[in-house]
Write a protein that binds this ligand. Structure first.
Ligand code: UDP
Ligand code: MG
Length: 311
C-alpha cells in the first residue's frame, strides 16, 4: 500500500504528516493488513518553500518507506495527485491511498478502507460526515456544486474530496485517460468497478493555510463542469428555440398592433426581425456548439469501457 500525498508549499505540516503516516503504516504492518514494502509517496507540486528539502531528508532517513516525486512546476493538486498515483502504479503498489498533506483527512479511516478493499471494492471513497470545520460559504458553494454537477450529468460523490483508496486495477484504468484537464473527482467515479464509502470526520488543517483560495476553487469547479459536460453548449440551442417561439408570439402581437393602427411606422418590421434573427443566430451557434461538443469528447479519447470480468 502506498500513501500518495500531494504537497504545495507544505513545509509547516510536512514533518508532522510524515510521522503521523509513518506511525499509521507501522501499525498496519504489524497487524499484517498491508505489505511490508508499503510506504508514502510525497509529490512536490513545484513548491517555492522548503517542501522538497524536507521530502529529501525524510527519504534519507527512511529510504524504504519515504518516496518522493518532484514536479518541475506548480501544476495543481489534481495533476500532482495523478503523478503520485502513476508513480505508485509504476513501482508496483497493489493499493494506493491518496490524502492531503494537511492531515485534514483522518488517517484512521484507512483501516476501514482496507477492510472494504479486502471485501472486494476496487475504489473506496472517503466521505466526510460533517462540514463543521468549513466556513458556511465553502459548505454552501460545495453543495451547490455537487447539485449542479449532478444536473449536468456528471457523476460525483458528494462530500468526497480526494481521500480515496484505489486498487491496482483502478489505477491501471485511470492511467488510460490521456486528458490534460484532469478532474479526478469526476473521472474516478466514472471508472466503474466495485466501490465503497467510508465515513470520517474531517478536521482542521494542522498547520499552514489553505492552498485553495477562492480563485483556485472557482477554476476547479469550472474545470469540473467543462471537462465532464457539453450540456452548456446544448443549452444554447434551447435558448435559441425559445427565442424563435417568442418571435412568433411577437409577430402576432406586432401584426395586431399594426393593423389596429397603434404602431409607429417601421416598428413592426423591426420587432419581427429582432426576435427572429436573434433566435436563429442563437440556434446556429448552438448547432455549431453541438459539433464542437462532439469534437471535444473525441479529442479527449477517453477509454470507452473497462472489462471487469470475462470468461
Ligand atoms: N496542493 C497541491 N497543489 C496546489 C494546491 C494544493 O498539490 O497547487 C495540495 C496541498 O498541498 C494539499 C492538497 O492539495 O495537500 C489540498 O490543499 P488544501 O489543503 O490547501 O485545500 P483545502 O483543504 O483548503 O481545500
Ligand atoms: Mg486542506
Amino acid at each position: 500500500m502506498m500513501f500518495v500525498v500531494p504537497c504545495y508549499n507544505e513545509e509547516e505540516v510536512l514533518s508532522v504528516t510524515a510521522s503521523t503516516l509513518r506511525r499509521k503504516l507501522l501499525a498496519l504492518k504489524e497487524s499484517q493488513s498491508i505489505g511490508m514494502t508499503s510506504g508514502i509517496i510525497f509529490v512536490d507540486d513545484g513548491s517555492k518553500d522548503a517542501t522538497w528539502n524536507i521530502i529529501e531528508r525524510l527519504h534519507d532517513e527512511d529510504p524504504d518507506t519515504m518516496h518522493g516525486v518532484k514536479l518541475a512546476h506548480n501544476k495543481g493538486h489534481q495533476n500532482a495527485l495523478y503523478a503520485g498515483l502513476m508513480q505508485a502504479l509504476h513501482i508496483g503498489a497493489d493499493v494506493s491511498v491518496s490524502m492531503d498533506a494537511d492531515l485534514q483527512d483522518d488517517p484512521d479511516a484507512v483501516d476501514q478502507m482496507i477492510e472494504e478493499y479486502r471485501n472486494g471494492a476496487e475504489i473506496v471513497f472517503g466521505v466526510r460526515d460533517n462540514r463543521d470545520t468549513d466556513t458556511a460559504f465553502k459548505r454552501g458553494t460545495a453543495h451547490a456544486f455537487y447539485a449542479f454537477m449532478g444536473w449536468l450529468g456528471a457523476e460525483t460523490v458528494p462530500d468526497h474530496a480526494d481521500y480515496r483508496l484505489m486498487s491496482h486495477v483502478a489505477m491501471e484504468a485511470l492511467s488510460q485517460y490521456g486528458e490534460v484537464n484532469l478532474f479526478l473527482r469526476g473521472i474516478v467515479p466514472s471508472l466503474g468497478f466495485r466501490t465503497a464509502k467510508v465515513y470520517y470526520k474531517r478536521g482542521a488543517r494542522v498547520a499552514g493555510e489553505s492552498k485553495y483560495p477562492l480563485g483556485k476553487m472557482v477554476t476547479f469547479a469550472l474545470e469540473g463542469v467543462t471537462s465532464f459536460s457539453t450540456k452548456p453548449l446544448s443549452l444554447i440551442v434551447t435558448v435559441g428555440v425559445l427565442s424563435v417561439i417568442i418571435g412568433v408570439v411577437m409577430l402576432v402581437y406586432t401584426l395586431v398592433s399594426v393593423f389596429s393602427g397603434h404602431a409607429v411606422a417601421g416598428w413592426g418590421s423591426l420587432m419581427c426581425s429582432l426576435w427572429f434573427i436573434g433566435g436563429f443566430i442563437l440556434m446556429a451557434v448552438g448547432i455549431v456548439g453541438e459539433y464542437i461538443g462532439k469534437i471535444y469528447l473525441e479529442v479527449k479519447a477517453r477509454p470507452r469501457y473497462f472489462v471487469e470480468k470475462s470468461f
